[in-house]
Design a protein around this ligand. Sequence first.
Ligand code: NAD
Length: 105
Amino acid sequence: MKKLKIGIIGVGRLGYEHACNIANRVPGSELVAIADTNFDRAKQIAEELGVTAVYNDPKALCADPNVEAVAIITNTASHVETEIVGTRSTLRIASVFRLILRSRL
Ligand SMILES: NC(=O)c1ccc[n+]([C@@H]2O[C@H](COP(=O)([O-])OP(=O)(O)OC[C@H]3O[C@@H](n4cnc5c(N)ncnc54)[C@H](O)[C@@H]3O)[C@@H](O)[C@H]2O)c1
């Protein structure tokens, strides 16, 4: 089965749980990239989960040609910014606050 290659933006408390699930518990998915403005945390979690593509800028993750879909799990204040970054690319996007963001935009 071909796996969907997912990049995750924001690996705080909730993002870390999603990252673990994508990497280890969802058969059709593969965690291929992590981005967090807290780059030390991003690198730490990437190492733990065996992810080699690590970014401190969500735009860089969205530009990674190996990433087919992104999950945005940043803190609430930055959702709009990161949603726009993803929407401008050809990526599939999942965001916990996508519906709220759509109504605001
Ligand atoms: N923690 C929970 O149980 C929970 C449950 C439901 C919903 N939520 C929602 O999920 C979202 C994330 O919650 P959390 O508890 O993981 O927050 P958190 O503060 O622990 O993590 C947010 C992460 O996003 C990173 N970040 C912030 N701006 C960024 C940007 N522009 N680009 C890349 N990374 C960025 C931060 O460095 C941090 O690591 C929030 O909107 C929260 O309301 C959380």
